[in-house]
Design a protein around this ligand. Structure first.
Ligand code: GLP
Length: 241
């Protein structure tokens, strides 16, 4: 009844779907330990190899994770982040019913380096804000962001403002229109700083996102390098032909 041995769908795939279904229905909750391979193999009357195949797939897809010596556990659900639409972290979290917050680690006005100046289309040594923030949702660290913002364009930033939403300040207080951004996404493994600040294990998967954002008049105003937890995020895009 749980699996159909005559189905053209491979058995391991049916088991995978069964476990996923239990997670989606909330019968298996994040942090719950999964029944052992032996228990599942008795339940489904299939070999432990088949069970392992299903579980390996679910571990790779981020539904489950293994803890050495303790077993296999249900992972926290990943956030689905749309790749179209230029939104801020604050907006993204609020849209999910979560409370966004930031922990400001660094905030300073510095002379633009040649690289930052070229991207922000300002002269070298022009003042730019340099800041580092941990972005949290319901107090859980989600991403680490290092940001360079043109100080001559986005005037009056303070530690207080950047501890909340920068985009809100730009649009509501400065009345500047944010237009578009280019974004590059790469995969990486957490380094020591990311491990410590994001409270994840060393070598956990990370999504590195570099965004350059422009006002509607085409002027670039920010460069942001973010490290997002790949165990909590997946990116979705809609493709049309
Ligand atoms: C996201 C983007 C950043 C942007 C930030 C603004 O995190 N990846 O590039 O700077 O949103 O967020 P907020 O307005 O909450 O400060």
């Amino acid at each position: 009844m749980l699996i159909d041995k005559n189905s053209p769908l491979p058995i391991y795939h049916q088991i995978e779907e069964y476990i996923k279904d239990r997670i989606e229905k909330g019968e298996l909750k994040p942090g719950n330990v999964l029944p052992s391979e032996r228990e599942y193999s008795q339940l489904f009357q299939v070999s432990r190899m088949t069970i392992r195949q299903a579980i390996n797939k679910l571990v790779n897809d981020g539904y489950l994770y293994r803890k050495k010596g303790s077993g296999t556990f249900v992972a926290e659900k990943k956030f689905e982040q749309a790749l179209q639409g230029l939104t801020s972290f604050t907006e993204d979290m609020k849209a999910r019913g979560l409370t966004p917050s930031s922990k400001l680690l660094h905030f300073e006005i510095i002379p633009a380096s040649p690289q930052v100046a070229a991207t922000l289309q300002v002269a070298e040594n022009t003042p730019v804000y340099e800041m580092k923030r941990i972005r949290l949702a319901d107090e859980i660290p989600m991403a680490l962001e290092t940001c360079y913002i043109s100080a001559n364009l986005v005037k009056g930033l303070t530690e207080e403002i950047v501890s909340h939403s920068i985009y809100k300040y730009i649009e509501e207080k400065l009345q500047l229109d944010i237009g578009e951004a280019t974004q590059i996404i790469e995969s990486s493994l957490a380094n020591e700083t990311e491990t410590e600040l994001l409270k994840i294990k060393k070598g956990s998967p990370i999504l590195l996102i570099e965004r350059c954002t422009f006002l509607t008049n085409g002027t670039p105003f920010e460069i942001v390098r973010s490290s997002y937890r790949a165990d909590r995020y997946k990116f979705i895009s809609h493709l049309k032909r």
